[in-house]
Design a protein around this ligand. Structure first.
Ligand code: CTP
Length: 400
């Protein structure tokens, strides 16, 4: 899986209770396609034994500075990314002070690249000015921090100091492995999921969009370094946890307002949401009773968000539309939509085909550009489709 394929990730584990989550992190990195080697500190080994990591990676776990004279140099050189999870207050202080008294700290100091650190400690240790200053120093040195999060800590306390979850750390490693990208620092807006148009206080008109495709585009753009705003309708698929700016909306109207606010400095907009085309003309207060004898619901068109966004987006902003078409004639119909809405690309899929559509992890899409040229991609994971879409949108960014 991009960008983990054939990459090498060095994981340092220091002594915190969150070390048990690092086993899951290691498993996820391996699943994503990278090789993993683990350096376990002596305190780390008190929380999770080397056998666990050895079993996961199929490699011996590095624990001692004295197992090889050049190990601390070789491990750093070997790695495409280095992550320390959990990073205790002690490791953070040592690294900030340039102390190298065990294999992990020595490797970190000797490594040609900076590390990703996932701090985990008691709130007071985290908030202590010494730790805060050390963390600032580490960032000045080019290390990247992920977390800590707020939440339950050891001994029943609550506060800042929890290690972030493995999927967030995984996303950050992915962003480091991605390397240089034209998307870095660019504002990218993604709409995702369905919209719900209320009939009364308990019912709505909606659709079967899961939000998976839009969420995948948002995650891929974030991984390439973009500053992502994800505007999502109600979806049971959680938004990618690494995206800080998630704006949850319910109706097409609300999605339009959120889009208008986010558009100002957008370099690209991906309209993956399945916006409802129609909404009830009137929303009844309370619940419409069966005994009311209601026979039909009057509807009116929802605003066309993409067409409105085109007129309000900054010049040069790349607009990517999505189209759901069932059966024959989909490509022609999608071409018509691309032109009518002034999009730069349109991504077409037919949910009636196997391996495509709303509830599944895969998709089969045809991407059509403004010249009308259509390219049909083989069935692949929605996460992979997202990268294909971004590759094509990237070529349309100004300056290419
Ligand atoms: N779209 C939108 N606002 C709407 C409806 C659709 O912005 N009210 C956007 C979708 O996010 C998508 C694109 O327009 O990117 C095409 O959506 P689709 O539903 O396939 O097209 P429609 O214009 O609704 O046409 P039709 O219902 O006739 O297929």
């Amino acid at each position: 899986m991009r960008p983990f394929d054939e990459k090498r990730v060095l994981v340092g584990v220091s002594g915190g209770i969150a070390a048990y989550k690092t086993a899951e992190l290691v498993r996820r990195i391996l699943q994503a396609g990278s090789e993993v080697q683990v350096i376990l500190t002596s305190s780390g080994a008190r929380f999770v034994g080397p056998t666990t990591f050895e079993g996961l990676t199929g490699r011996p776990v590095h624990q001692s500075l004295w197992d090889g004279a050049l190990q601390h140099i070789e491990l750093g050189r070997w790695a495409d990314a280095i992550v320390v999870a959990p990073a205790t207050a002690n490791i953070i202080a040592k690294l900030a002070g340039g102390i190298a008294d065990d294999l992990l700290t020595t490797t970190l100091l000797a490594a040609p690249r900076r590390a990703l650190l996932a701090p985990a400690m008691n709130t007071r240790m985290f908030e202590h000015p010494a730790t805060q200053r050390n963390l600032e120093t580490l960032q000045e040195y080019g290390h990247e921090l992920v977390g800590p999060a707020f939440g339950g800590l050891a001994e029943g306390e609550e506060g800042w100091g929890r290690m972030v979850e493995p999927d967030v750390i995984l996303a950050y490693i992915g962003r480091q492995l991605e390397g240089e990208s034209r998307w870095r620092g660019m504002r990218v807006v993604v709409t995702s999921g369905p919209t719900w148009e209320p009939v009364d206080s308990v019912r709505f008109i909606g659709n079967r969009s899961s939000g998976r495709m839009g969420h995948a585009v948002a995650a891929a753009a974030w991984r390439r370094g973009a500053d992502v705003v994800l505007i999502t309708g109600p979806s049971h698929v959680p938004a990618p946890p690494e995206i800080a700016d998630v704006r949850s909306v319910e109706t097409a109207e609300e999605m339009g307002v959120a889009l208008g606010e986010a558009l100002a400095d957008a370099s690209a907009v991906f309209m993956a949401a399945a916006v409802a085309d129609f909404r009830p003309s009137v929303t009844e207060e309370g619940k419409i009773r069966r005994s009311s004898g209601l026979a039909s619901i009057a509807v009116e068109p929802c605003p066309d968000l993409l067409a409105a966004a085109r007129t309000r987006a900054p010049e040069g902003c790349v607009m990517v539309a999505f189209a759901v078409e069932l059966g024959e004639g989909g490509v022609d119909s999608a071409r018509g939509k691309l032109e009518a809405k002034g999009a730069d690309l349109i991504v077409l899929n037919d949910p009636s085909e196997p391996g495509a559509g709303f509830e599944v992890e895969t998709n089969r899409v045809t991407i059509i550009d403004a010249s009308g040229a259509a390219e049909t991609l083989p069935q692949m994971l929605k996460t992979e489709v997202a990268d294909e879409i971004l590759d094509r949108a990237e070529r349309l960014l100004p300056g290419e």
